[in-house]
Design a protein around this ligand. Structure first.
Ligand code: GAR
Length: 187
């Protein structure tokens, strides 16, 4: 079985999409653990409802020792806010999903609705989610997949967020399927 660990800081709708894909056998994998840096993350509730182990961890050393107890093929950052430390990057294959067409609108502070607001203010014609490998530079790892989404003239940041999030879940689960099948390997 292909073993995933998901890191999430917030609502966890991306985590939920992975859970749903696994349950409906569209993704032959299992989530062994959900980690958050935020004890109030709704993602934790979603994990518990599905009998997935959860941990709230804030330091890298604690994270490393907890992860040692699990089989892990891939770590997925699904709306995770905290910077990933160098020891973790060294030891595991880690991917992130980001809600803009990187390298545009990435980097510090570019998270969730902030990204969509900035994109709309800049009057961009296109945006879209990116899945990429995580390396030591924030949002700069090798790009695995991107999908373009058109922004209409009267789209609000909320409209853009809805469109991007819907496509983002499909894209991420397609990428995960490729990892499971061995079609994508580490960088
Ligand atoms: C997702 O759109 C993800 O791309 C974004 O946060 C959202 C999480 O939603 N991540 C980033 O912006 C990372 N820089 P969720 O909590 O409902 O899964």
């Amino acid at each position: 079985m292909y073993n995933l660990v998901v890191f999430a800081s917030g609502n966890g709708s991306t985590l939920q999409s992975i859970i749903d894909n696994i349950k409906s056998h569209r993704l032959e994998a299992r989530i062994n653990l959900v980690v958050s840096d935020n004890e109030n993350a709704y993602a934790l509730e979603r994990a518990r409802e599905n009998d997935i182990d959860t941990y709230v961890i804030k330091s890298e050393d604690k994270l490393l020792s907890v992860l040692e107890g699990y089989e892990i093929n891939l770590i997925v950052l699904a709306g995770y806010l905290k910077m990933i430390g160098p020891k973790l990057i060294e030891k595991y294959t880690i991917i992130n999903t980001h809600p803009s067409l990187l390298p545009n609108y990435g980097g510090k502070g570019m998270y969730g609705m902030n990204v969509h607001r900035t994109v709309v203010e800049a009057k961009e014609k296109f945006t879209g989610p990116t899945v990429h490998f995580v390396n030591s530079k924030y949002d700069e790892g090798k790009i695995i997949s991107q999908t373009k989404v058109e922004i209409l003239e009267d789209d609000t940041p909320e409209d853009v967020s809805d469109k991007v999030q819907a496509i983002e879940k499909i894209q991420l689960n397609q990428v995960l399927n490729k990892f499971v099948k061995g079609e994508i390997k580490n960088v």
